[in-house]
Ligand binder design. Sequence first.
Ligand SMILES: C[S@@+](CC[C@H](N)C(=O)[O-])C[C@H]1O[C@@H](n2cnc3c(N)ncnc32)[C@H](O)[C@@H]1O
Length: 244
Amino acid sequence: MTMERPNPQLNIPGKDRAVRAMFEEIAPSYDRLNHLLSLNIDKRWRRLVVRQLRDVIERPEALALDLCCGTADLTIELARHTRVIGCDFCHPMLVIGHQKVGNTANRAFLTEGDALHLPFAEGQFDAVTVAFGLRNLAHVEGGISEMRRVLKPGGRVAILEFSQPVLPILRPFFQFYFHQILPRIGGLISGSSEAYRYLPQSVRHFPDQRALAEMMRSVGFESVRYQNLSGGIAALHLGERPLT
Ligand SMILES: C[S@@+](CC[C@H](N)C(=O)[O-])C[C@H]1O[C@@H](n2cnc3c(N)ncnc32)[C@H](O)[C@@H]1O
C-alpha cells in the first residue's frame, strides 16, 4: 500500500497525520539516508547548533528540550553538555532513538508528544531546539509559540532547517540534486519515493531565512539572528525569550 504524501504547503490542518505516517514508514532507513544524502554534513550542522547554545546549556542544572527529535541525533549531541529531553510524535523514530541514547549516562530522555501541544508547563527549559522538524508541523507559528511558552525567560531557541541557497552559482546544482537525484536515491533505499519527493517540495514552501526570522519576532522572540550553513542550503536561527 502506498502512503498518502503529506501536503508540502505551510499550515495545512490535518497534515500531522500524514507526516507521522510518513516517518513511521521511513524510520528504519532514516539515519542511513540522512547521512548518505547530506554526505555527513548534517552531523556538522547539528554540532554547530550545540556550539551556539553552549553558554546557556553548560550552566549548572540546565535543562534542554529537543523537539521533533526523531532518532535523537541532536538530543545526543546536546547530552554531551546538558540534561535534555527529546520529544517526537512518531513512535518508530523514538524506538530507534531509544537504542542510541543508552550511551548518554542518563542525561538524555525521550518522550512521545506533539510539538503543537507540548506536555510541559510554561517556563521549564533553558534551551529549546528543533532540527528539520518545524517545516513539517501543521502550524508553524503555533510550533514557534509553543517553544517560546516552555522556555524560561531569557532562555534560547535554536531552529535548524533547510533554507534557500544564497550563492547564485550553487542554486541550479543544488536544485537539480534536491529535486531530481535525492528523491530517486531516497526512494530506492527507503522504499518511499513519496517521502523524498515531499522533502524538497516542503522546503520550497517554507519561509526563507528572513521570513522565518520575522516570524520568530512576531511570535515574541528577541535578539533573533540567523546563520547560513553550506551556502544557505540550511540555516540556523537563534532567538531568546524576553526576560519580562
Ligand atoms: C526530518 S525528522 C528530524 C529528526 C531529527 N530532529 C533530526 O535532526 O534528524 C522530523 C521529525 O519531526 C517529527 N514531527 C513532525 N511533526 C511533529 C509534531 N507535530 N510533533 C512532534 N514531532 C513531530 C517527525 O515524527 C520526525 O521524527
